[in-house]
Design a protein around this ligand. Structure first.
Ligand code: EPZ
Length: 423
């Protein structure tokens, strides 16, 4: 396994470019199954999860050809399989997105629980996906640790999501494109990545209204053609770099190729923390700030404060004056990394598994750490960059999953970070 070695407290300044959004890219691959024609995807980041999505698409009989450093073309070679392989499904959660398109195109699909066995479904449930497909007329059977869905023709349905889920919203939205009749999705997620997917599908001939609002209406069509899909900038990368710049507070940092309008909740927070920033159309600058004040957050579905930005925000709060309550409402176990920040000298009290109180400012000291997941992993990189001394972060595969060549990009800001193979 590789690891990062960081020598902290180097002044950071300069420019860093935001790359294509992982959580937008991961959806165009299953959407390609719906399409009669060639799809040209641009601004694609080189990320592990995207490579797995490409592998799954090729397994199903599609051809992916590289047309440039960040551009590929996808076209059907022979799409006839209806089974999704455990070997790939187990590796990334978003593989669940392939189920609907295979079902609506082939009339049947067989798959294991993504990233775990059927019995362990409570860890990352898929009940809303299964309920949605059943409402559209599919018959579900579960046996030998696999799900089997069958439907001669999927019909439009009225579906209410008991919980807001980005991938469940996207899955049923794209599946409904080829179902017969009208589908109404209620209590839908509203993330920008959903709007981008709907815009692409509509350009290809789909009839989707309301993406980006809680109610999405899809009128089924017979087929959709290929087209161009430019992946939107990664708002989570952009927000993460913004918080690194604010926490380091050592020089102006210009974050480029992004959409500041996707980070409204962050700017509202920055105003209360007292961070100096200037917004432009496709970039923003974080400038040195005098005094940083602590500010509570509660994570919330878009346009609220993103759960994926909660770990970097917690690191920022270790450098601000006062007490801040970090309330994680979306995922269990998404505050586990707080203990590692405490080992680095942060003053964090876990009020309960979903709430942490951060008292600042504290000087962090470098430590040997292991990255638990991609968002906590980048937060540990942030902590290492502002801590005194050396920080070692192992299991950086998790960080590479969401942040392409992050060490090389941070070095350009002046960071002292090296990638070494761990013994
Ligand atoms: C998407 O996950 C992102 N993943 C997540 O990014 C992101 O954190 C999340 O949206 C919130 O913004 C992708 O887009 C691939 P879920 P989402 O598993 O919403 C419950 C990252 O770090 N649920 O649907 O699709 C579930 O328990 C990742 O890039 C059900 O109950 O996540 C949770 O409480 C992490 N039944 C909530 O919904 C279901 O059938 C959302 O979880 C499905 C979900």
């Amino acid at each position: 396994m590789a690891k990062f070695i960081i020598n902290g407290r180097k002044p950071l300044s300069g420019e860093i470019e935001v790359l294509g959004a992982k959580n937008a890219a991961l959806k165009i691959f299953p959407a390609a199954l719906l399409t009669n024609g060639v799809i040209r995807v641009s601004n694609l980041s080189q990320l592990e999860d995207c490579l797995k999505a490409e592998e799954l698409l090729e397994f199903l009989g599609y051809e992916i050809s590289k047309k440039g450093e960040r551009t590929i073309e996808i076209k059907e070679k022979r799409f006839s399989r209806v089974d999704l392989p455990e070997s790939i499904m187990n590796k990334f959660r978003a593989s669940i997105m392939f189920v609907g398109p295979v079902l609506v195109k082939r009339g049947e699909v067989k798959f294991p629980h993504p990233g775990g066995c059927v019995i362990g479904a409570s860890v990352r449930p898929i009940d809303m996906f299964l309920e949605g497909f059943k409402k559209m007329g599919a018959a579900l059977k579960i046996s030998d640790n696999h799900y089997y869905l069958k439907a001669k023709k999927l019909k439009g349905a009225d579906i209410f999501f008991p919980k807001v889920s980005v991938t469940a919203t996207e899955s049923l939205m794209m599946t409904a494109v080829l179902a017969e009749g009208e589908t109404i999705l209620k209590n839908s997620a509203m993330e920008p990545e959903i709007v981008a997917l709907a815009d692409y599908l509509n350009k290809s001939g789909a009839k989707i209204k309301g993406a980006g609002t809680p109610t999405i209406i899809i009128k089924g069509v017979k087929k959709i053609n290929g087209g161009e899909y430019e992946i939107i900038p990664d708002r989570i990368e952009a927000g993460t770099f913004a918080m690194l710049a604010a926490a380091s507070n050592s020089g102006d940092i210009h974050i480029k190729n992004c959409r500041p309008e996707h980070l409204e909740s962050l700017w509202a927070l920055f105003d209360r923390v007292g961070i100096n920033y200037v917004l432009y159309k496709n970039s923003f600058v974080i400038k040195r700030s005098k005094k940083l004040l602590s500010c509570d957050i509660t994570t919330h579905e878009y346009p609220g404060f993103a759960t994926d930005l909660q770990p970097p925000y917690t690191v920022l709060m270790t450098q601000t004056k006062g007490s801040s309550l970090i309330h994680e409402t979306i995922y269990d176990r998404r505050l586990l990394y707080a203990d590692m920040l405490t080992q680095m000298g942060a003053n964090i009290v876990m009020a309960d598994p979903h709430r942490a109180v951060v008292n600042g400012p504290t000087r962090l000291k470098g430590k040997k750490l292991i990255s638990p997941d991609l968002r906590a992993g980048i937060a540990l990189v942030m902590a290492g960059l502002i801590a005194e001394g050396k920080t070692e972060i192992d299991n950086i595969y998790q960080i590479d999953r969401g942040y392409e060549k992050i060490d090389e990009r941070l070095k350009k800001l002046g960071a002292d970070i090296k990638r070494v193979e761990s013994s």
